[in-house]
Structures are given as C-alpha cells and as structure tokens.
Design a protein around this ligand. Structure first.
Ligand code: ZN
Length: 143
C-alpha cells in the first residue's frame, strides 16, 4: 500500500470540510495506525495540523507516548510545531512530498516559525519568568 497516497486521500477528505491540503499517516509494522488531514479551519484550531493530529491519534490508539517503532508519511515537510510533536513521540523516520517552499508558494507559510527556530528572527512574544511563585513550585512535587 502506498502510504503517501493514503496521506493525500486523508488530506482530500478534510479539504471537503475546509481543511488545508495536508494529510499524514503513521504506520507501525506495515499497518496504518493513523490517517488524518488538517482540520485547522474546520475546528478553528491553529494546532490542528495533520502531522500533529496523526501523532495524537496514533498515541491514543496504541496507548503509548512512544512511537519510535512507527514511521510517518506526510504530504508536506512538517512545520516546526509538528516537528516538536514528532520529536516528543520519538518517531525516527518521516517521508514527505512537498517542501516548506511549496507550501509557502501556495499560501501556507511556516516562515515565521522556521526563522525563529533557525535563530534568524525573534518573535514579538514577551516571555517573563516569574521565579517566586510557591504554587507553581509545588507542581514539581519537590517542595
Ligand atoms: Zn505543522
């Protein structure tokens, strides 16, 4: 079975609901455990990228946070957010078709994130660490 073709099929399914042209499949031992599209628009969720959703579905289906025995097939090179999910889940191999440049040419730019993680550009987000907060420290269970 052509897993990339299955990712394209998942993308097309969610495009019917207004999703972007992105799909991802996760495979373990030659079995598909997740095949989903992008639902950013339909779910009004900027994190609902196909790759991230596929990680969620595969982890829930397999009952594990470790997908190191799985491979991902995706219609586009994963953005930095999805790369984070792939790293958290320990996926070791990702097959993709289109590149970031292809996505950008078609109105789906991840340049802001890519520039930030490449150290080329800072964000306009202000991060403020609050050091003296007992309730937050208690969450670590060491106090
Ligand atoms: Zn993404």
């Amino acid at each position: 079975m052509d897993y990339l073709q299955q990712a394209v099929k998942a993308a097309k399914e969610d495009m019917k609901n207004g999703g972007g042209p992105f799909g991802a499949v996760i495979v373990k031992e030659d079995q598909i455990v997740a095949a989903v599209g992008n639902t950013v628009t339909s779910e009004v969720d900027p994190t609902a990228h196909a790759e991230l959703r596929a990680v969620r579905v595969a982890c829930q289906k397999l009952g594990t946070l470790d997908l190191s025995e799985c491979e991902m097939y995706t219609t586009c090179e994963p953005c930095p957010m999805c790369l984070g999910a792939i790293l958290w889940a320990n996926i070791k191999k990702v097959y993709y078709h289109s590149t970031h440049e292809d996505a950008s040419k078609n109105g789906f730019s991840a340049e802001k994130l890519i520039s930030y993680f490449n150290g080329e550009k800072s964000t306009d987000i202000e991060f403020v660490q609050i050091c003296d907060h007992k309730e937050a420290e208690e969450l670590w269970g060491t106090n």
